[in-house]
Design a protein around this ligand. Structure first.
Ligand code: ATP
Ligand code: MG
Length: 420
């Protein structure tokens, strides 16, 4: 499980850390930086897919000419934090991910340097993987060398500069004698999924054979059919789905058209069939969330953009309930951004502990990430008013603004006392 992600000079974060739990909720105003956090997770996932830095940032065209990997948002030089007055002169950014793999803590740190010399954008400046405080892989220096701890724990090797356009983690995981943590972290990063469902996409009949749902919701019918063929999963899927919809759902069907594409039909208690094309947007969205959480090819972490969008506030408890029950399973994690006060009202105490706000002060470009649970008197107010109301009325943001002012004042008075 990923326990935290720290961002240094990445987009609009100077040095901020997001704490993660089984279910992590990220709130914050428009343009505060929630999707920038998603970009950081996509960067990490790109490493776990074995891509070069240029591919992670600029996108990758796969065999057949299809876009296999979407570029990160923004231009190359927009990844590094800009100051309030334009380019900051900063040349590197860092992403640090802390994990809890098989009962021990492991931390992976990567620092990327803007490379003015070529069109390749970035080079690895520094990389380090530690497990329970022991360094397992470390790449550093102006002519980087990599120290590696072998799997017997004794033998250490020093390697000449590796391909600096690829993370060393990617290079070293190909080797069988490196410590298992190298493979574990690489595997963890590779098993993330990102979803931002588009209802129009969910209505389209889908080709057979697809194993997983795409980031916009591609392959919904195919993936649902495969979940449906597993008796145990079918029962889970239908019981959640029945709760969501006012329809008396009897089941799902997956007829083929002459071209072999799979259609999704919902069958009601009167044996009527409704095609995905006529189903409501919220119904399809909920089915897509179910498909992503129950898919046979189970990822370790699913990151949703505004998971609540299109789902009625009175049904959001079901969505929260579904995610909280699914993330009880062996290290599976869900992260979502949301603007929904109603969703916040339904989260459990544990999810509350893992809810963060991204906050951007009016006169700054930088944002901070704060655990909501750490705000003064929030526990009491959550009980009396509900967390949703505290977001809706602006209490959370006003409190952060007041705390920032107080910090500013105390820094000012410290400076004055230094220079009487
Ligand atoms: N390199 C950078 N340096 C400083 N700020 C940046 C950089 N790149 C992007 N930003 C800021 O990040 C903002 C976009 O943030 P993001 O898309 O994450 O917002 P969001 O919280 O997801 O908003 P919404 O709720 O509207 O989706 C931009 O408005 C820009 O100000
Ligand atoms: Mg966004």
């Amino acid at each position: 499980m990923i326990t935290s992600v720290r961002l240094i000079n990445f987009k609009n974060f100077a040095d901020e850390t997001l704490k993660l739990g089984p279910f992590t909720v990220i709130v914050g105003a428009n343009a505060s930086g929630k999707s920038n956090i998603r970009d950081a997770f996509r960067f990490l996932h790109g490493i776990g897919r074995g891509y070069s830095l240029a591919e992670i940032i600029g996108g990758k065209i796969g065999v057949g000419g299809q876009l296999e990997w979407e570029p990160l948002r923004g231009a190359m030089n927009e990844i590094i934090r800009m100051s309030d007055h334009g380019p900051s002169g900063i040349e590197t950014f860092h992403i640090i991910v802390d994990t809890d793999i098989t009962g021990q803590s492991a931390s992976y740190w990567i620092e990327l340097l803007l490379n003015h010399g070529t069109n390749d954008g970035f080079l690895v400046a520094y990389e380090n993987l530690t497990a329970d405080g022991t360094s397992i892989l470390e790449t550093q220096g102006p002519e980087p060398k990599t120290d590696i701890l072998a799997d017997d724990g004794v033998e250490a090797g020093i390697y000449p500069p590796l391909h600096r356009f690829h993370p060393t983690l990617t290079e070293m995981q190909r080797s069988s004698y490196v410590r298992r943590e190298v493979h574990e972290i690489y595997g963890l990063l590779g098993r993330m999924r990102f979803y931002d469902f588009d209802v129009a996409q969910l209505r389209i009949p889908t080709p057979p054979g697809a194993l997983e749902i795409g980031d916009k919701g591609q392959n919904l019918a195919t993936v649902l059919e495969s979940i449906y063929s597993d008796r145990e999963k079918r029962t889970i899927l239908l019981s959640w789905f029945e709760e969501l919809t006012p329809m008396d759902v009897r089941g799902l069907e997956f007829p083929r058209d002459p071209s072999g594409r799979i259609h999704l039909h919902i069958v009601d208690g009167n044996d009527r069939r409704f095609s995905a094309d006529s189903a409501s947007g919220g119904t399809l969205k909920f089915l897509a969330v179910l498909a992503s959480l129950l898919a046979n090819d189970q990822p370790r972490l699913c990151f949703f953009e505004e998971i609540d969008a299109g789902i009625h506030p009175s049904r959001l408890w079901l969505l929260v309930d579904l995610i909280e029950s699914q993330t009880k399973l062996n290290g599976f994690q869900v992260v979502t951004t949301t603007h929904s006060p109603a969703m916040l009202d339904w989260i459990s105490d544990q999810t509350f502990e893992n809810t963060s706000i991204v906050y951007r002060d009016e006169d700054s470009n930088d944002s901070t990430i704060r655990e909501v649970v750490g705000l003064p008197i929030i526990q009491k107010l959550r009980k009396s008013q509900g967390l949703g109301r505290l977001l809706l009325t602006g209490w959370i943001e006003n409190t952060l603004s007041a705390l920032a002012d107080k910090d500013e004042q105390s820094r000012g008075s410290d400076e004055r006392s230094d220079h009487p």
